[in-house]
Write a new protein. Structure first.
Length: 81
């Protein structure tokens, strides 16, 4: 009987090798957060970004404020496609 793998279906790596690779690669990644608003993929945490917007109390819509503040990563983000 074949032993069941507990490494997420990555059969060419042992669990130890998989976790070592995850650690190796994740150190090279920046832990930036992002969120989607009206098909805009934006930098930042949702709540803190909304608070910054409200603190400024701008006379512009939130979408425009995101664009004007260079927080948009992708203007046509549609995860369903």
């Amino acid at each position: 009987m074949k032993k069941k793998s507990h490494n997420g279906g990555i059969s060419h790596l042992s669990p130890e090798e998989m976790y070592a690779k995850i650690s190796e690669i994740s150190v090279l990644c920046e832990p930036d957060s992002c969120f989607v608003f009206d098909n805009l993929l934006c930098y930042g945490h949702t709540v803190s970004t909304i608070k910054a917007y409200l603190k400024e109390s701008p006379d512009k819509p939130f979408r425009t404020w995101l664009i004007d503040n260079n927080l948009v990563i992708d203007y046509n983000h549609n995860p369903d496609k």
